[in-house]
Write a protein that binds this ligand. Structure first.
Ligand code: FAD
Length: 387
């Protein structure tokens, strides 16, 4: 039987694993962490991501846990005047699935549980990959714990600092984009009688952005705030940030923004440097393929990083199952994905500048480039043509 190994139990790796396992393939997912879990943050699942989750049988589980904003607002940072409004009442009819927002850990838990239900021993924890020797007909993986494993096909889903990309594709990690994201979760009850604006909200001001939307059915407010900073010197890609430092960046923003930051209390918020890397020319080499952030770390301005990782996982699993050989399957995958992701990546890079300047130009007077108007969200990874 084909030995399929996936490195990384993040959202992309788990989608690929679940797609393969549901089709009757045995998979092994090696994850460096000793325990499974996801960072405390929200995630937006655009209709293209939801169609991918539908294909692997998780759409209704996600809908049970997630929030569905029927309006998304881009607002002036001080007055909260809507600069752009995306009306999502007809999104399901127009785009074939809903636009949902949820806690990342809830999505991760669903993926893990679904995979274990199909194959209980699929995930191996505490395996940090240190290198891969690859050949056309297979590969040997080396782990920090001294073990080696062979595989017929290896999927590198090991994120931004991918060892698979570095050792097989000789390409290093992403470049720091000069922007830091501060992320936190605030219990809604900690906001007391602050009247929060409806829907999902993005406040744009000079060189700063503050995003807030509810998760866990309104029990928690997820926020992510973006500030410009020339350097990112942290060892990992996250570090703790202080509430007072965050507040000082947003002192001139709308009262709702300050109330959200204040409601953090002593709870930590996290700071992440944003990194991007031009998508590689090849995502497949011999019997090794890359997916998600390992292949194409992009900026988050269209919220498509995890969505494209989900799409990759679904299309890669379909390709490996439907193609006559492993080699064909990997090439089908690369052909089906590279052009689309390169375009989303390009738009995501440009989107930040547009957003950071939106408060001056009053976007409502211009044709607005959103993930919908650019056609990103119509895509269905479960039905897109292969080969
Ligand atoms: P990851 O989620 O990084 O998973 C990689 C996995 O590999 C991890 O479990 C890691 O522990 C493991 N691993 C790494 N190295 C090794 C190793 N050597 N050996 C074994 N295991 C290893 N995307 C959206 O679609 N919607 C959003 O709303 C959204 N918001 C975002 C907001 C911000 C501020 C940022 C920075 C990103 C956002 N994204 C969003 C993007 C999204 O978070 C990523 O693109 C997505 O998590 C990539 O998934 P992945 O599975 O490729 O990688």
């Amino acid at each position: 039987m084909t030995q399929t190994v996936i490195v990384g139990a993040g959202i992309g790796g788990l989608c690929a694993a679940l797609g393969l396992a549901r089709a009757g393939r045995r998979v092994t997912v090696f994850e460096q962490a000793p325990e499974l879990g996801e960072v405390g943050a929200g995630i937006s699942l655009a209709p293209n991501a939801m169609k991918g989750l539908r294909h692997i049988g998780l759409e209704s589980n996600v809908e049970t846990l997630a929030d569905e904003p029927l309006e998304q607002y881009t607002r002036h940072y001080q007055t909260a005047e809507p600069l752009v409004t995306i009306d999502r009442h007809n999104t399901r009819d127009q785009l074939g699935a809903g636009y949902l927002q949820m806690h990342r850990a809830d999505l991760h838990d669903l993926l893990v549980a679904a995979l274990r239900e199909v194959q209980a021993d699929a995930i191996k924890l505490g395996y940090r990959l240190s290198g891969v020797d690859s050949a056309d007909d297979g590969a040997t993986l080396h782990f920090d714990n001294g073990e080696q494993h062979t595989a017929d096909v290896v999927i590198g889903a090991d994120g931004l600092r991918s060892i698979v990309r570095e050792t097989v594709f000789a390409a290093r990690g992403g470049d720091y984009a000069g922007v830091v994201a501060w992320r936190g979760l605030v219990p809604t009850e900690a906001l007391g009688d602050v009247a929060l604006l409806d829907g999902s909200n993005v406040f744009v001001g000079p060189q700063r952005i503050f995003v807030r939307y509810p998760v866990r059915r309104g029990a928690i407010q997820n926020f992510v705030a973006f500030t410009r900073e020339p350097d990112w010197a942290a060892e990992g890609w996250t570090q703790k940030g202080s509430r007072s430092a965050l507040r000082s960046h947003f002192e001139d923003f709308h009262p709702e923004v300050l109330a959200t930051i204040d409601a953090l209390g002593d709870a930590a918020c996290f700071r992440w440097g944003l990194f991007e890397r031009k998508p590689l020319d090849r995502w497949v080499k011999g019997s090794v393929a890359l997916l998600g952030d390992a292949a194409h770390p992009m900026l988050p301005w269209f919220g498509q990083g995890a969505a494209t990782a989900i799409e990759d996982g679904v299309v890669l699993a379909r390709s490996l199952v439907e193609a006559p050989t492993i080699h064909d399957g990997l090439l089908w995958y690369e052909r089906a994905r590279r052009e689309r992701v390169t375009e989303i990546h390009r738009e995501s890079s440009l989107g930040g500048e547009r957003l950071l300047n939106a408060y001056k130009t009053l976007l409502k007077a211009e044709p607005v480039r959103t993930e919908d108007t650019l056609g990103m969200t119509l895509y269905d990874p479960g039905t897109v043509a292969l080969a």
